[in-house]
Design a protein around this ligand. Structure first.
Ligand code: NAD
Length: 346
């Protein structure tokens, strides 16, 4: 009988980590999730879920003492443009994420475990991403380095950290640079959400005939990767003998206005886009899939619109649920008020 494979997923309470656990379970893995928090929207599929802080070296040692064939390191102090590009969280982002990766690399170096590390398209140099229609994000273009955020610098440092453990200790590592992953059950409000979720929320909240705000002039470009294709890419990279770093992203580049118009069309509403100042990051970014095609004989192919339809549907449901909850709360307050007043006037 074949032995059951096992995996530890660091960051299993987060968006991609949660979906990865589901994917691994579907492939028959026994999974242990670890995170500061449980997944926000649905219960975890992990066989075991540890609430813990990976900045704590001893905790990492204890968790990794549980035997596993593979470790997926996705935990990071992370968010969308409003969290990463204002500069307000730079010190936390650098310290928290670097500390996690320093601990993980050091503990895993003596274990016979394969490790996956999630890097980001944010490592690519600013100087290659000024022209919205012609960004350059091939893997080799990462140097000379000039990421436009401390988040990107930390990812670049940690890529190099894991690669140095590969050279000096033979660490069996796989590194992917994700490009804007989106989908249902991801953060959609609160300041850490990314552009597809923020736009879906704004459209879902807007009244027909109204307007939505979009940061910048709307001409900045990006590509967006649907969550199921992201976790498929992770698994394919893990099964390959290529360490990376390699892009896992879509090559379907759109402007932010095009993204917003697609969501508006999906919603069936008539809305106007209003451009307002806000943190926007680089002017252009797109995945370059030459290397992933060559190494994995695979690349993400799903049209952006299909993923957006799923995501909009899910976010609209969240928005509706919140307004139902708000209404219920308002009703219960007005019900309570007369008694409250009575108690004080008698
Ligand atoms: P996420 O914020 O939803 O998930 C990250 C998880 O890490 C969170 O649940 C958080 O609680 C956990 N975490 C943070 N600090 C921790 C600590 N000290 N101890 C334990 N857990 C801790 O983010 P995500 O979108 O799921 O991203 C997963 C990974 O992929 C991250 O490393 C991120 O940098 C990378 N990435 C994501 C994208 C994207 O578009 N979502 C793009 C590029 C790279």
């Amino acid at each position: 009988m074949q032995k059951e494979k096992s995996a530890i997923v660091c960051g299993a309470g987060g968006f991609i980590g949660h979906h990865l656990v589901v994917k691994l379970k579907g492939e028959g893995y026994r999974t242990i999730g670890i995170d500061l928090k449980q997944p926000e929207f649905v219960p975890t599929a992990a066989d075991e879920f540890i609430i813990g802080d990976l900045r704590d070296f001893h905790l990492v040692k204890d968790v990794f003492a549980k035997k596993s064939d593979e470790v997926y390191q996705l935990a990071a102090d992370m968010g969308g443009a409003a969290y990463l590009f204002t500069g307000e969280h730079d010190a936390d982002v650098m310290r928290n994420s670097a500390q996690i990766n320093l601990n993980v690399a050091e503990v895993i170096k003596n274990l016979p475990t394969k490790i996956f590390f999630s890097s980001s398209a944010c490592i690519y140099p600013r100087y290659n991403q000024q022209d919205p229609q012609n960004p350059k994000c091939s893997e080799v273009s990462a140097y000379p380095a000039d990421p436009d955020s401390e988040y990107g610098w930390e990812k670049l440092f940690s890529e190099r950290l894991y690669l140095s453990y590969l050279r000096n200790y033979g660490l069996d590592v796989r590194i992917a640079r994700f490009h804007n992953v989106f989908g249902p059950e991801g953060t959609w409000r609160g300041g850490r959400e990314k552009s597809p979720a923020a736009i879906c929320r704004k459209v879902a909240e807007a009244k027909d005939g109204g307007e939505i705000e979009v940061w910048g002039n709307g001409k900045q470009t990006r590509s967006y990767l649907y969550i199921s294709e992201c976790v498929e890419g992770v698994r394919r990279l893990m099964k390959s003998d290529f360490s990376g770093p390699v892009n896992i992203g879509s090559e379907e580049m759109v402007s932010i206005d095009e993204l917003a118009n697609m969501v508006i069309e999906i919603s069936g509403k008539r809305l106007i886009i209003k451009h307002v100042p806000g943190p926007i990051g680089v002017m252009g970014r797109n995945s370059d899939n030459g290397l992933v095609r060559g190494k994995l004989n695979w690349e993400p192919k799903q049209e952006l619109r299909i993923g957006l339809e799923q995501t909009y549907k899910w976010i609209r449901k969240q928005v509706e649920q919140i307004s139902i909850d708000d209404r219920k709360q308002r009703v219960s307050v007005t019900e309570v008020e007369p008694n409250y007043l009575h108690a004080h006037t008698s």
